[in-house]
Design a protein around this ligand. Structure first.
Ligand code: ADP
Ligand code: MG
Length: 383
């Protein structure tokens, strides 16, 4: 972390010729359980991780915003006194979108010089996009002392991703990147945004393994799942699947296609599992937690159909080492991406060795490993 901060500060000095006045960090995240439940007004259980986006900045007296994205070798600039339009550069739209929607609520700030530099793996499902949005919003808020409530800040960032970038994500990623707590996961009720901090057992590591499976249809499959969930809610005559029970679903089974039935079954059972997992985690009941994560994975595989053969293989390899001493499941939107395991510290190396030995042999793919712990959400870094 210290190295990233130093690099961000020295890049600022090099590019702008004067020192930065502020460094903000915002973390990526991993969801421990509760997949695709957020847009169904249900429950999720993520924690922020020790991989972050860092932003060095300094206020300007004019209305110019200058941005340098070190990791993309990219530059962007725009004028806050004019309408903020889309950029040709993909990464710049996350930044522009946040400026636009902060400005909608608080027009009383002037320009900023910025340097962006992060180590959240890009496009791996650990939400580098939310880390970027939240670090930008927190930078504007902190530099100009804007009275933005953290939950409102997360919503501004979600709006930027939904409306400006065009990715129809739920609130989880921006929320946990803003409000994460060290050594805790956060049970989030995505309907009213109420949260409960769940302390993580100190003997467990959060192990994230990227399957490195690439799937071209992630966005269209994601939108299709959203439609199928809406269809099920309509047939069940409930506002969202959060309001349905498994009994209600069974009563209406014949009124929907088998696919829509299975999609709804995943969401309804996943909400229950997420609440039970939060309880198991807080009670240090690792056997129960492992069972819930396993059931969650199978529900994503068989009912929601969002896993991939290589991801299933990876989960099986980790599970064969862990037994009932921890839990493992795919995490994130699906069709590839990462697997998350909660594992006793002394099992991390055996897991790594087993994956190194078997994953490539079984799938032809090479994994990436991230050993994590739960971290605080966005904030100022002392410089
Ligand atoms: P994920 O959120 O799973 O990492 P996304 O596709 O949602 O994947 O977001 C990744 C995109 O976010 C990148 O392609 C880039 O446009 C933007 N982004 C994330 N981190 C940075 C960064 N450090 N600098 C510039 N752009 C970034
Ligand atoms: Mg993202």
């Amino acid at each position: 972390m210290q190295k990233m901060i130093q690099e961000t500060l020295s890049q600022f000095q090099t590019h702008y010729g004067y020192p930065a006045e502020l460094v903000i960090q915002a973390p990526g995240r991993v969801n421990l359980i509760g997949e695709h439940t957020d847009y169904n007004d249900g429950f999720v259980l993520p924690c922020a991780i020790n991989y972050s986006t860092f932003i060095a900045s300094k206020k300007r007296t004019d209305h110019q915003v200058n941005i340098i994205a070190v990791d993309f070798d990219g530059k962007d600039n725009f004028d806050l006194s004019k309408p903020i339009n889309k950029s040709e550069q993909g990464w710049a739209n996350y930044v522009r979108g946040v400026f636009k929607y902060v400005q909608e609520l608080h027009s009383d700030f002037t320009g900023i010089d910025l340097i962006i530099h992060g180590n959240v793996p890009l496009g791996a499902g650990l939400s580098s996009s939310a880390a970027l949005e939240v670090s930008i919003a927190t930078t504007i808020k902190t530099l100009y002392h804007l009275p933005i409530d953290p939950k409102v800040l997360a919503k501004i960032c979600q709006k930027a991703e939904n409306k400006f970038v065009g990715m129809n994500c739920g609130i989880m990623d921006q929320f946990i990147s803003t409000l994460g707590e060290k050594d805790h996961a956060l049970l989030i009720d995505c309907r009213n945004l109420e949260t409960q901090s769940i302390s993580m057992p100190t003997n467990l590591s959060v192990v994230i393994i990227n399957s490195n499976v690439k799937h071209g249809l992630v966005d269209s499959e994601y939108n299709l799942r959203r439609q199928q969930c809406e269809e099920a809610a309509q047939i069940l005559n409930v506002p969202k699947l959060r309001d349905a029970t498994i009994e209600l679903l069974e009563q209406h089974k014949t009124k929907m296609s088998n696919v829509v039935y299975r999609r709804a079954k995943h969401i309804i059972t996943e909400n229950t599992r997420t609440l039970e997992a939060a309880k198991a985690l807080s009670e240090n009941n690792i056997t129960k937690l492992g069972e819930l994560m396993q059931a969650g994975h199978l529900s994503m595989k068989d009912d929601f159909e969002i896993t991939a053969p290589a991801v299933d293989a990876l989960v099986d390899i980790v599970k064969s080492v862990l037994g009932n001493k921890g839990g493992v499941r795919m995490t994130g939107g699906g069709f590839g991406g990462c697997v998350v395991a909660l594992a006793p510290h002394d099992m991390v190396e055996p897991i790594r060795k087993a994956v190194e030995k078997e994953y490539h042999a079984q799938t032809g793919l090479k994994e990436s490993f991230y050993i994590c712990h739960a971290m605080n959400g966005a904030g100022k870094v002392s410089i």
